[in-house]
Design a protein around this ligand. Structure first.
Ligand code: ATP
Ligand code: MG
Length: 350
């Protein structure tokens, strides 16, 4: 089948998936030979389910996103029968349970990418509301990317009115019990994803929808500690699956938990929130760095000659130095504290 849109011709190659209002196809641009995924949404189904607003919102929200862990939205158009959304193609499909269980390290490598996508969304006041394995796609280069913004909402004011959205196994108690919602909907789903990555099953189950909802709202979560799984990871899952959304961690708090902090360090990934919290701690303790400008200091080892050698043979250097740490801070000095943590900027400015 040939699809025409925005002056281009696309050849459909194969079906990649299907959803509530249509299907997703792998397509090739006949001019450039580039491959894309094209989500084709049937107008007939949209009208049947009165979902026009939902699709408009999906397009508006998804097209506003720009992050490496979110599927790129290229363009959209419509004809008499369908709406077409042209997306970045993720050739390795969506996340599935592996044949052999993930190791804790593999769990981290998957989780931190999903977390990064969700962090971007929350920072832009977007709640995804349908985080699940099927909506985490794997790009050819192995990068994980969030897709499917059908239930996403741009928050104007908190809390958000409840609609039973998403997929029941991933829904928090406040959604299934029809209470108001906020960003913690997504952090619960992150807990379910983390549990599923580790155990290969959902934390809450039921023989039917009613039993499942009952278990989500009332069942105490029991996590059995399998060999090699750290207590820090178990603690994080338990925190994410706290039934009261007010007590459940935010994305920022997830970045500050021990399991994430330690693993980010191990994998050399910059933790923005940890950096910020360290800065804050120093400020709160009233510790300031005293920076002395244009001090000339003696090079300790006389054998070390520099281009700034004085005529009398004493080596000096004229760069600024952090001379001491004092405890009496002033607002003026705070700016140096900031710079201390961002050492690249510090040296660039000197
Ligand atoms: P549902 O409502 O059932 O969640 P949907 O109609 O909103 O589905 P998507 O979730 O966006 O549709 O896509 C359905 C499936 O199609 C995905 O789970 C995935 O397997 C596949 N798919 C979607 N987008 C892409 C893409 N960009 N690259 C590769 N596969 C994709
Ligand atoms: Mg989907």
């Amino acid at each position: 089948m040939i699809i025409t849109g925005c002056g281009n011709f696309y050849q459909t190659i194969k079906q990649l998936g299907s959803g509530s209002f249509g299907s997703v196809y792998l397509v090739k641009d006949l001019n450039t030979q580039y491959e894309f995924a094209c989500k084709i949404i049937s107008k007939h189904l949209i009208n049947m389910y009165n979902a026009s607003q939902m699709i408009q919102s999906e397009i508006a929200i998804h097209s506003s996103c720009n992050h490496k862990n979110i599927v790129k939205f290229y363009s959209y158009w419509e004809d008499q029968n369908n709406i077409y959304i042209l997306l970045e193609y993720c050739s390795k499909g969506h996340l599935i349970n592996p044949k052999t269980q993930f190791t804790e390290d593999e769990v981290f490598q998957i989780f931190h990418q999903i977390l990064s996508g969700v962090d971007y969304l929350h920072q832009h006041n977007i709640i995804h509301r349908d985080l699940k394995f099927e909506n985490v796609l794997i790009h050819e280069d192995g990068t994980l990317k969030l897709c499917d913004f059908g239930w996403a909402i741009k928050v104007q004011q908190l809390p958000v009115e409840n609609v039973m959205c998403g997929t029941t196994e991933y829904m928090p108690p406040e959604v299934v019990s029809k209470q108001v919602l906020d960003f913690k909907v997504d952090t619960w789903s992150l807990g379910v994803i983390l549990y599923e990555l580790l155990h290969g099953s959902f934390p809450f189950n039921g023989h039917n929808q009613l039993e499942l909802i009952q278990n989500i709202t009332t069942n105490q979560l029991l996590i059995f500690r399998s060999d090699g799984v750290s207590e820090d990871l178990i603690n994080l899952i338990q925190a994410l699956l706290i039934k009261n959304p007010e007590l459940r961690p935010t994305v920022q708090q997830i970045y500050l938990c021990k399991w994430v902090k330690t693993n980010m360090k191990t994998h050399n990934i910059f933790n923005h929130y940890e950096n910020e919290s360290l800065k804050l701690k120093v400020k709160q303790k009233n510790i300031a760095l005293k920076v002395v400008h244009d001090v000339k200091y003696l090079t300790p080892n006389k054998k070390m000659k520099t281009s700034h050698d004085d005529v009398d043979g004493k080596s000096t250097n004229s760069i600024n130095t952090i001379q001491s740490i004092s405890t009496n801070t002033s607002p003026k000095q705070n700016k140096y504290v900031d710079k201390f943590f961002n050492f690249i900027e510090l040296f660039k400015n000197f």
